[in-house]
Design a protein around this ligand. Structure first.
Ligand SMILES: Cc1ncc(COP(=O)(O)O)c(C=O)c1O
Length: 371
């Protein structure tokens, strides 16, 4: 396995320190900069009249490409290497951040990536990510919809050796372990006085790995925080039942290798999902999201995206507004979108005709303001 720079804080995940038997069974490779910083949103707090809002900056989880996927890939990619697979095959929308993270970090470990992509509204971000998939060497295939993506994937498995399947968003039980670990990281930050224990944690809920992993992790780490997923994907994918199922699979995976992991379980009732900020559909911006994005950019210089994090932050702002009785209860916003600036690459390498012809219509109108 290629050797990369290891974490500044430790050479193994906190999870392995807590449950040492996992170490021999679950592959892991450091890919990011952890722990990610936490800070109080002072100026924003003053403006909205709540002095205890915090941010966990997973946007800074890697210098190559950050966001929430890095934690998942630290478990997913080494497993592919362990199985001697050559290529990661995964699904997503045509602007998938998970696809980009997998391509960039996979390449660092010598793995190729094949992305099977379904349609979503075309935005500048979608066009940028498509150009970046190509730039970083991913093979891309347009399947239009989920059914088509399933058929294409079966076709690839029948014809190509060495593929390693990763579900949408990296939300396998193995990927979600990254967020179990994240809860232990948060606990250390609380214990060392960097932030108070949050009463509520808000994050975007898409393919569920982030929410499921963090809920399991909080329970195991003894944190009392209520983790709230703000649904940004379709209900059939992102719902309470599926999240509980994934959380239980994470526990089963851990207990299979280490019986010291307590036999806990989650039901639908344990999962907190806010459904009202989704808007018209996946990838469609909402006016509340745009407002939330503008507010945090102006007051705190934090950059959100309109598909995931702006909707999650809008839900947090609405919650604070509607629950004045909370006083200054600590609330944490988990930032999951990469803040690494890849615009220089897009500026230099934006000839979309190098992409397969089935993607050219996405570029009919250029939406990227700087090219
Ligand atoms: C920026 C961002 N935030 C949040 C999410 C949602 O996380 P999850 O898919 O683990 O629910 C994603 C998923 O792609 C994402 O790209």
């Amino acid at each position: 396995m290629p050797v990369l720079k290891s974490r500044g804080d430790s050479i193994e995940p906190l999870l392995f320190q807590k449950y040492p038997a996992l170490k021999g069974h679950i592959a892991w490779q450091s890919l990011g900069n952890f722990p990610t910083p936490v800070r109080k949103l002072e100026k924003l707090g003053k403006e909205i009249g709540h002095q205890n809002i915090w941010i966990k900056q997973d946007d800074k989880s890697s210098d190559a490409y950050g966001g929430n996927k890095v934690r998942k890939l630290e478990f997913i990619l080494p497993e592919a290497l362990r199985l001697k697979r050559k290529t990661i095959i995964t699904f997503g929308g045509i602007g998938t951040n998970h696809g980009l993270a997998t391509t960039i970090h996979g390449r660092r470990l010598g793995l190729d990536t094949l992305l099977v992509l379904v349609d979503q509204p075309v935005t500048a971000h979608v066009q940028e990510n498509l150009l970046l998939f190509h730039h970083f060497g991913a093979e891309i295939c347009r399947a239009h919809n989920t059914f088509g993506a399933g058929l294409r994937t079966i076709g690839y498995f029948l014809t190509r050796p060495g593929l390693h399947f990763v579900p949408t968003g990296g939300s396998s039980p193995l990927g979600a372990l990254g967020f179990v670990n994240a809860a232990f990281e948060l606990k250390n930050q609380i214990e060392s006085g960097q932030l108070p224990e949050p009463k509520y944690i808000f994050l975007a809920l898409g393919s569920k790995g982030t929410l499921a992993g963090l809920m399991v992790g909080c329970r195991l780490a003894g944190l009392k925080s209520t983790v709230i997923g703000v649904r940004v994907a379709y209900h059939w994918l992102a719902n309470e039942k599926n999240t509980a199922k994934l959380a239980n699979s994470v526990i089963s995976l851990m207990r299979r290798h280490d019986k010291a992991v307590p036999d806990i379980s989650f039901s639908e009732k344990d999962i907190h999902v806010v459904h009202d900020f989704f808007g018209e559909g996946y990838g469609f911006a909402t006016s509340q999201g745009k407002e939330a994005l503008g507010l945090i950019a102006r007051t705190e210089n934090v950059e959100l995206d309109l598909t995931y994090t702006a909707k999650a932050f809008a839900a947090l702002l609405d919650f604070v507004k509607k629950h004045r009785e909370l006083g200054n209860t600590p609330i944490l916003f988990w930032h999951t979108y990469s803040s690494v600036d890849l615009t220089t690459i897009v500026k230099q390498d934006h000839d979309y005709t190098k992409l397969p012809g089935s993607f050219h219509d996405v570029f009919q109108t250029n939406m990227i303001p700087y090219i």
